[in-house]
Structures are given as structure tokens and as C-alpha cells.
Write a protein that binds this ligand. Sequence first.
Ligand code: HSE
Length: 401
Amino acid sequence: MAKVAIMGFGTVGSGVYEIIRTNAGKLAQNAGDTVELKYILDIRDFPDHPKKELFTKDFNDILNDEEVTVVAEVMGGLHPAYEFTKSLLLAGKSVVTSNKELVATYGTELLEIARNKNVNYMFEASVGGGIPIIRPIHQCLTANNITKIAGILNGTTNYILYQMITNGKSFDTALKNAQDNGYAERNPAADIEGHDACRKIAILASLASREAVDYSDIPTEGIVGITLDDVKYASELDCVIKLIGYAEFMDGKVYSIVAPMLVKKTDPLSGVNDVFNAIKVTGDCVGDVMFYGAGAGKLPTASAVVADIVDSVKHKVRSKKFTWYKPETDIMAGKDAKKFEYFIRTGDSIENVKKSFGEITHTDSISAGELAFVTRPLTASEVEAKSKELSDIMTCIRILD
Ligand code: HSE
């Protein structure tokens, strides 16, 4: 019998509890052993919970119990999740997590400890909620050089954009709905300012390149400035606006960015709506493959956490190495390594636009006194310099190629 513990009884933790109880037979079959929950760590009281005897507020109960071999860290945040995870790995226990902040920040160190201790540190739930993406990149696509990853990695922002576009809801109402549904982070700024998606693309880029990509090196823009007019222009251009986490692997370097982008309606990412996430991965042998599903929410995220528990129980002797290493040199490509076409709205004249940007594709204006156009492919520095020559830029959004 494998004894496991859950740290954190919030949305995901309660989902993990539910799946372990309701799918016990299935888990035992797949793990080759019964999975028994021995502790739930949380600082709050749950006096009416039917299994209240499982609850503890003392981390040492889990750390010092030799019977516990696998721990699900679903507390979120960096501290004390980092200290707890490190202690557990050093004590020879496997840890599985949905905590993308922790994996993106301390993953390199925690993975090294797991390798040295021959235990597992697994994080399938940290990117894309219930979507299998860590194993596919690590295992199924292992024959490929991954050349590109483009993903809708944040359910909350995708939900907000979809509600704005389809139901005409205001940004604030859509955000409130996302919070009520348990999709948003405790501090939703992490969602709407793009930081959550940034951590997720850093994890995927690290896994694909096998070298740690520091999330703080990834330029990140959120969706706060996106207006209903931007959404309408996008539609005129046969596009939709999505928050995209992007990584391209070029000659040993990684170019990465998180930003709202116009996605052409011919791109399958354009049809990913509501709280759903999707990750399009390009490999040099396989071409494009796309992974789609619920990117946030209790049971979808818990489904991935429990899969890691089962895998850790199965691989308690020979650990699985979903891993990356600290690079010896700077692996980040500069911000000008990649050119995008840009969609721009300005209050300036067509003469000035043409003088600065040269060849453009002109789009019909929605409001009087403004011009909307699409540039030829430009680097970030080029678009910055040309934009400075115009008097009034309202919107400047990349177009995903
Ligand atoms: N706040 C995150 C999202 C939760 O909206 O995608 C899942 O990581």
C-alpha cells in the first residue's frame, strides 16, 4: 500500500482528495498498488470534514512519517512550498505539484535534488491544468528537436477575452466570473498581467531545451490594455486576440515572449475558447501537434496531479527524469531575434504612417480620427523606433505567424 499526503486543501487539493476517494479502484489498478491518503496539511480547520482525522497543521507529521512516499504539493506560492518540497525530496520522498510558480522559480534546484535522491519531482499539472503536456514533450516527442511552442496557457485570460468577444461582458464582470469559478490566481494580477503564462512557457521551454529558462528573462505583456475595438479590428482581419506564451528554439538559443497576439482564424489556436488552454508544439520530425483541454479548475488540474501520484507510486524504485539543467552560458536570444507583423492603431496621418513604416496593409477604421494597419515583419526595436515617429499610438499587437 502506498501512503500519500496532500499539502494544501484549496481548489486543487480538494480535487485531489476527491479523485483519490472516488477513483480508488482505478488508481490501484494503474499504480499496481493501493493509494491511501494518510495526511492533509492545511493551516485552516475543517471540523465538519468526513475525514477530519487526516488533517494536520504540522508539516513534520508528513516529513517524519517513513510510510509516506509521495506528497502532492498543491499549496501554491513560493513559501513555504519551496522549503517543504526541498525537505521532502531530501528525505527521499517523491513530490508532485501543480505549483507553476515554484517549478519556474526553484525547479532547477529541486529537480537536481530529486535526481540525486533518485526520487520524482513531477509537475504535469503546472502547465495547462488537466492537459497532458509535460510527458508528451519529454517522452512522446523525444525524437524531435522542438523548434517552436505557442500556447494559450492561462484559462482566466482566455475566459475573459472569450466573454468580452462573444457575450460583450465587461472585463471586470468576466474576471469576477473567472474568480467565482476558481480559475483565477489568488492575486488575479498574475493572470491578467501575463505572469502566470510566463511561468508556464518558461517551464515548457526549459523542458523542451533541457536547459533552465529563467522566467524573469521573458518579456511579458498582459491583456489589461485590450479593448472591445481591438477585438473588432481583429475580427475584420480574420483573427482573434489571444494571450500567447511563445518560445522558439534557434541555434542553441531560446527566443520567448508572452503577449496578446492576433491569431489567424486558420490557426487551430484561434478556436480555443472559454477557460480552455491549448499548446501547439512544432517538432522537426512530427511537424505541428496540438494539445487541448481544460487549463484550470478543480478536477481537471487534480486529474494531472493524481496522474503524477500514480506514476510516482509506479516508479518508486527507478525515478522518472522530467528534468532540465542549469545552462553554462546565456541561452536567451535577444528581443530582436524574431520578427512579427504588427497590428497598429494610430491617430496620426496616413502620410506619416507610410513615412515611418513604409509598406503597410491598411484596414478600414472603426472610429473616426484613427488609422489601423498591419506592418511587414519587424523586430521589436524596429517597431519601437518607428512608433516613436508617430504622434499617437493606441494599440500595437503582434500577429502570430
Ligand atoms: N490561474 C490559472 C489559469 C490557473 O487561469 O490558467 C491554472 O494554472
